[in-house]
Design a protein around this ligand. Structure first.
Ligand code: PMM
Length: 381
């Protein structure tokens, strides 16, 4: 089951393809619940609630606004006679409720994050080769000073990374990564007054950073790289951001092939919290990230940004990193350090489409842009 947003003809045709409907209808708009052909009782009951239900060879589409889908699913979850149909209706109700109110609380072990606004995670790359700031903060002192500056600019969290994940980059030994991040995490945890995240996929690095005061592990492999990492996070009671990727930074761009990028990212990303829960991480500690630029082309990134709201049905806070990425450079023709305007546009779109946390290099400017988004969003309420 999945909710799909139908903004234009391309979305309508993609929804028909997902359901196996021939001929495809280009004019569906609003939202669609993509439902299995069983239980049939649910499809009939949704139709009886007044929603158009279109059957295809593979699945059915129930069309409506999110609140219409929610309202029908809520009444059916309590009234249908068959248990599988009631369970499917309850699942639809939960997904629609999450899309309707996408902001979820990300529970950290020690810090209570603000709940009324979009949060900003400032990036500190202690690396020689990250695409936008590689080499600038490789010395611990420079990295710490930069982290304190981002805190003063209004960051809500600081993400410290010691290994570049740019496409084609090679992994570095855990000891080297640990030596880069540990002193920076320790100093920022003591002095920045903010929760610190460590951007790593390695259990050994995560353990050292958590011991040094980090509260979050930001794992761009989504717990697929190091089987120990989930247990380390669980044992520390830490929070985790889990990202959608295919493969590793070395081969991920060769794997950026999707028939239905939203559907496939949804289906693969949903497995990350399952892996986390198996490792013993509390669900409330998990945030999810669709991974712009990680096994995605520029076109995939744009589509994910446009239809990001769909991923709020995963019922976890969404974190997004668009800042200075190459798809923005493709649009503006500008090098990474000059992509602020494009980054602010992307952050604004992401926040409007349900992202809870933006991972950015330019904290002060992003904070200012998001203050407008948050004010507009809450106007009239
Ligand atoms: N991007 C990069 C590194 N870590 N973590 C998350 N959660 N999301 C991202 O999009 C992300 C990340 C690569 O960008 P950088 O080199 O500017 O840090």
């Amino acid at each position: 089951m999945r909710l799909l947003e139908l903004q234009d003809e391309s979305d309508s045709l993609a929804a028909c393809a997902a359901a196996g409907r021939e001929p495809a209808d280009p004019n569906l708009r609003g939202w669609a619940a993509l439902l299995g052909l069983d239980p049939r009782l649910l499809l009939e009951a949704l139709r009886n609630c007044g929603l158009p239900v279109l059957r295809g060879a593979k699945a059915a589409l129930a069309i409506g606004s999110v609140s219409q889908l929610w309202s029908a699913a809520r009444s059916l979850a309590g009234s249908l006679e068959s248990e599988p149909a009631r369970a499917a209706a309850a699942e639809l109700r939960e997904r629609a409720a999450a899309v309707e109110s996408p902001r979820r609380t990300w529970r950290l072990p020690r810090t209570r994050l603000p709940e009324q606004r979009t949060l900003v995670m400032g990036v500190v790359n202690v690396t020689p080769d990250s695409f936008s700031d590689g080499g600038k903060y490789l010395a611990a002192d420079a990295a710490i000073e930069h982290g304190l500056r981002l805190a003063a600019e209004g960051a809500d969290l600081i993400d410290v990374g010691g290994e570049s994940t740019r496409p084609g980059s090679l992994p570095i030994p855990a000891e080297e990564e640990r030596a880069r991040v540990e002193p920076v995490v320790r100093a920022l945890a003591a002095r920045a007054g903010l929760p610190i995240s460590v951007d790593t996929s390695k259990a050994e690095v995560a353990r050292a950073a958590l011991d040094a005061g980090a509260e979050i592990v930001n794992d761009v492999s989504g717990l697929q790289h190091d089987p120990e990492l989930g247990r380390i996070v669980a044992r520390a009671g830490a929070a985790a951001c889990l990202l959608h990727v295919r493969g590793t930074p070395q081969d991920m761009q060769q794997r950026a092939a999707y028939r239905d990028v939203l559907g496939e990212v949804h289906d693969e990303l949903i497995e990350a919290p399952e892996r986390a829960c198996e490792a013993g991480i509390d669900e409330e500690r998990i945030a999810l990230d669709p991974g712009l630029g990680f096994a995605k082309t520029a076109e995939h990134n744009l589509l994910l940004l446009r239809r990001l709201r769909e991923l709020t049905q995963l019922r976890r806070p969404l974190l997004l990193g668009a800042s200075r990425k190459s798809f923005l450079g493709k649009l503006s023709g500008k090098p990474a350090p000059e992509r602020l305007t494009g980054s602010l546009a992307a952050a604004t779109i992401a926040a409007l489409n349900g992202a809870s946390i933006l991972r950015v290099h330019d904290v002060a400017a992003t904070r200012e842009a998001l203050s407008v988004v948050d004010a507009v969003r809450s106007s009239g309420s």
